[in-house]
Write a protein that binds this ligand. Structure first.
Ligand code: ADP
Ligand code: MG
Length: 331
């Protein structure tokens, strides 16, 4: 099988909403009047972002999920994506699993594959997603990192830290009960991008970011862009590990400090962190209900730059964020 048969068999479907899909030199998208295109790329590299032996179905899911998460953070509605793929060999069972996982998530979000590139090389998956954001009264409705205001509440969606917990278990660093491991592993390998929440938060949230490299690190990007700081309550944050809700949770095996580290700096969560004024509390809960994604208020935005962690007593938790710094590929 050659490159073109491969593309035809595994990555070509008739164009649905796109004006032109796979097969020509370019795909054509027709943005609707009164909308902007939101565009984002993410690359997944074997050994760095996933284990070589990971199930191709979940890999297909995750490659698209991490991109849809960026659209979610912007409050953009997914439209289409392109896939640039480097493959060491043509492994048909692998390709079949990968494309099934990819299209299952794509179909769930009405996001169609419109083009890409295929080449031989070390396994590498790069997806670019295109989404739609309305413009109202000349103003983009996109959620940006830069809109947080002092006094705003700070929220996070869903749960945090479980992907990191699974990673530690896969690396043999912790032993987990089977049911806890299964749930955590699903979070690591098949994250659910919070697209519906991002859409519901348009006009409600003042700023948003998706959490891919850990809450504290990504939050600091949002704070810097907004020219603000924040105070975050670690006694609330600690409960964001879903595993803690399991009756057979391995609490004694994992120190509180470690749990907090997974929550604050675990990475691979693909939840949304966002701010909204206190006057919007009901609107935020309504958005969460609409989206079917719970949100938790974990702190507030301050005028003073920097991030302060407090515990239940209001005392400043660890003075510096040293052990909680974000993942950086080049650090
Ligand atoms: P070109 O050489 O003009 O860039 P290619 O020969 O690489 O075009 O690709 C042929 C067609 O197949 C193009 O429409 C391209 O977008 C599409 N394509 C290539 N690889 C993929 C892929 N992995 N997934 C989806 N479409 C792809
Ligand atoms: Mg090409």
């Amino acid at each position: 099988m050659g490159e073109f048969d491969l593309i035809t068999r595994y990555f070509t479907r008739p164009a649905a909403r796109a004006a032109l899909g796979v097969g020509d030199d370019c795909a054509l998208l027709q943005p609707r009047p009164g909308t902007q295109l939101a565009i984002s790329s993410d690359m997944l590299v074997e050994g760095r972002h996933f284990f070589a032996d990971v199930d191709p179905f979940t890999l297909g899911h995750k490659a698209l999920a991490v991109n849809l998460s960026d659209l979610a953070a912007c409050g953009a509605k997914p439209l289409a994506f392109t896939l640039a793929l480097a493959l060491p060999t043509i492994d048909e069972p692998w390709l079949a699993g990968f494309s099934r996982g990819l299209f299952a998530l794509a179909d769930l979000h009405g996001c169609e594959l419109v083009g890409g590139d295929t080449t031989r090389g070390p396994l590498n998956i790069c997806i670019t997603v295109f989404g739609e954001v309305p413009v109202a009264g000349g103003k983009s409705q996109a959620l940006l990192r830069s809109g947080a205001q002092p006094g705003d509440d700070l929220y996070v969606s869903g749960t945090l830290g479980d992907a990191r917990l699974a990673l530690e278990a896969l690396r043999g660093q912790v032993a987990l009960p089977a049911s806890v491991f299964a749930q955590a592993r699903a979070r690591l390998e098949q994250p659910s991008p919070r697209v519906a929440l991002g859409l519901a938060l348009r006009g409600v949230a003042s700023a948003a970011i998706d959490i891919s490299d850990g809450l504290l690190g990504d939050l600091q990007h949002m704070l810097r862009a907004s020219g603000t700081g924040a105070t975050l309550d670690t006694s609330v944050a600690i409960d964001l590990i879903a595993a803690r809700a399991h009756s057979d949770w391995a609490a004694g095996l994992i120190s509180l400090q470690k749990q907090l580290q997974y929550v604050l700096a675990g990475g691979d969560d693909y939840e949304l962190a966002f701010s909204a004024p206190p006057s919007a509390r009901q609107a935020v809960q309504h958005a969460a209900q609409l989206a079917g994604t719970p949100v938790t208020r974990i702190g507030q935005i301050d005028a003073a730059p920097g991030l302060r962690l407090i515990d239940a007593s209001g005392q400043t938790a660890p003075g510096d964020l040293g052990p909680f710094s974000a993942f950086d590929h080049f650090a």
